[in-house]
Design a binder for this molecule. Structure first.
Ligand SMILES: [Zn+2]
Ligand SMILES: [Zn+2]
Length: 273
């Protein structure tokens, strides 16, 4: 139980952080507008010249479309040889605790490069572009018509401040604004875990995020609702599954996950498939 003083301190800290985060994002946005002015028309994925203010050149756009349209398991989103083929990854059982996982494409270029730019080079506007692209796919449209709440995977407070934004939050807000679905910050990180990209074994990734999330008070509003969890990339799915398990305690009617990209958990570019 928090004392009144501690409660007020936490709420003030959250307020200051929220303002700082907002200002940080605005400054980054301004910087990118300046860069766009100085270097107009560069493709976000390959730097080729692009006319008309498009984010991608024709080649990268076509490659991204190819990734988005490639056959995928309707339950776990892993790539398949053909639509409807038996899934060698989840054996048609899906990814517990989710009913379904949906993705824009596999984690390969140009999507890989765009996500890297979005995450580590402050180009958070790309998160909106990719979220739009994802929301336009038929599989996402089907899911989003039923969805009643969107929950972004949270970053820890410290990482959120240092990056200035949570990419999962930007993706969630963009999808939500298009579909008039509320974004609910239903979970928080209880500890600052090591970034999953530094951990290569399945077991280490699972251990790293075990019990790293807790329900927030806002989670009460997802009870009985059709909920989707949003993140940028799913590899072994340890983070998403841990968030999913935490959210299940709030008793949603259904729970699905939506991500920009699915990476091969074995790191072989799905070659074994
Ligand atoms: Zn390009
Ligand atoms: Zn599958």
């Amino acid at each position: 139980m928090l004392s009144a003083g501690e409660g007020a301190f936490k709420s003030t800290r959250r307020g200051v952080w929220s303002i700082f985060s907002h200002v940080h994002v605005k400054l980054r946005s301004l910087l990118h507008h300046v860069l766009d002015f100085c270097y107009p028309g560069a493709c976000g994925a390959c730097d080729a010249f692009v006319e008309g203010g498009d984010v991608l050149c024709e080649t990268c756009d076509a490659e991204l479309e190819k990734l988005a349209n490639a056959p995928a398991c309707t339950l776990c989103a892993m790539p398949l040889g053909s639509d409807g083929a038996p899934c060698p990854y989840c054996h048609n059982r899906g990814v517990f605790p989710f009913d379904r996982v949906i993705r824009l494409g596999v984690f390969a270029d140009p999507l890989k490069h765009l996500i890297h730019q979005m995450k580590y080079h402050g180009r958070w506007g790309l998160a909106e572009v990719l979220a739009d692209r994802l929301a336009d796919t038929e599989r996402a449209k089907g899911l989003l018509t039923e969805t009643q709440a969107i929950v972004p995977v949270p970053l820890h407070f410290k990482r959120h401040v240092s990056r200035g934004y949570n990419q999962a939050d930007v993706i969630a807000r963009q999808i939500a604004s298009r579909c008039a679905i509320p974004v609910i910050h239903a979970v928080r990180r209880t500890r600052d875990t090591e970034t999953q990209t530094n951990l290569h074994s399945h077991e280490k990734r699972i251990d790293n995020v075990r019990a790293a999330f807790a329900l927030r008070r806002a989670a009460r509003s997802i009870r009985g609702k059709h909920v989707i969890v949003v993140d940028d990339v799913m590899t072994v799915g340890a983070t998403l599954k841990e968030v999913g398990r935490t959210l299940k305690k709030a008793e949603p009617a259904s729970l699905c996950a939506i991500v920009l990209a699915i990476a091969d958990p074995k790191g072989r570019g799905f070659e074994a498939f």
